[in-house]
Design a protein around this ligand. Structure first.
Ligand code: PGA
Length: 255
């Protein structure tokens, strides 16, 4: 069993108007309130416009709130972008960075992700840094090499490990209902842990949570969360249903 406290993170992506966001956040808040303290950390990452609605709905529950991206600069002429300080100002403690949808849709390279991570850490946020291979890379046997180089390229040197969470998300598993085998997930997570000790030092790396993401559902969560090197999940589709998201969190092994 992992020594790290599990983190179950919901990536709402571009879903949810104010009313829906409030209902979903309140549903999670009431579940947390009903059991008092949870053996896992919960995080929700809604779209920017509903951040303050969600921050208000989960206030006092311990549920974390995060953005889904931030700009590398503190402020300036960057139309449509949001800075890390703005996320903090809205009540966020986290930000997802380097998600494969941003790497693909917005051509974000490792260098861009690294600069964003540095900005997030400087603003006091915890960065959930995403890495993962495409199906073609997996078929070519390049999974470990791709993940390792994304990790090395996306983490700024001297990053404070207490402000880092890594999410391993095979691109081909996102939103498809397909997942790697349990053995494959275990192998990649062990490799990530090894890379983290090389990059951050063994002691610091031991505290960094490494989440699995990509079609996590209530029915596969238990097997995934039982793995030693899996410290939680980054959940997309299933995080939009309070029952499913909660069931995934409850599938974490008891401490
Ligand atoms: P999914 O998305 O759970 O819908 O596969 C995961 C993610 O993209 O973070």
């Amino acid at each position: 069993m992992s020594i790290r406290r599990p983190l179950i993170a919901g990536n709402w992506k571009m879903n949810g108007l104010k009313a829906e966001a409030r209902i979903l956040a309140e549903a999670l808040a009431s579940r947390v309130n009903a059991i008092g303290s949870t053996p896992f950390d919960l995080l929700v990452c809604p779209p920017f416009p509903v951040l303050s609605t969600v921050v208000g709905a989960v206030a006092g529950t311990g549920i974390g709130v995060g953005g889904q991206d931030c700009h590398a600069k503190v402020s300036g002429a960057h139309t449509g972008d949001v800075s890390a300080a703005m996320l903090v100002d809205q009540g966020c403690q986290f930000v997802i960075l380097g998600h494969s949808e941003r790497r693909a849709d917005h051509h974000e390279s490792d260098d861009v992700v690294q600069a964003k991570v540095a900005a997030a850490l400087a603003a006091g946020l915890v960065a959930v840094v995403c890495v993962g291979e495409t199906e073609a890379q997996r078929d070519a046997g390049e999974t470990l090499a791709v993940v390792s180089s994304q990790l090395a390229g996306s983490l700024p040197s001297g990053a404070d490990p207490r402000q880092l969470v890594i999410a391993y998300e095979p691109v081909w598993a996102i939103g498809t209902g397909r997942t790697p085998t349990i053995e494959d997930v275990a192998q990649v997570h062990a490799a990530i842990r090894w890379d983290l000790s090389r990059l951050l030092g063994a002691e610091a790396a031991a505290g960094v949570r490494v989440l699995y993401g990509g079609s996590v559902k209530p029915d596969n969560a238990q097997a995934l969360m039982a793995l030693d090197d899996v410290d939680g999940a980054l959940v997309g589709g299933a995080s939009l249903k309070a029952d499913d998201f909660w069931a995934i969190a409850m599938a974490c092994p008891a401490p």
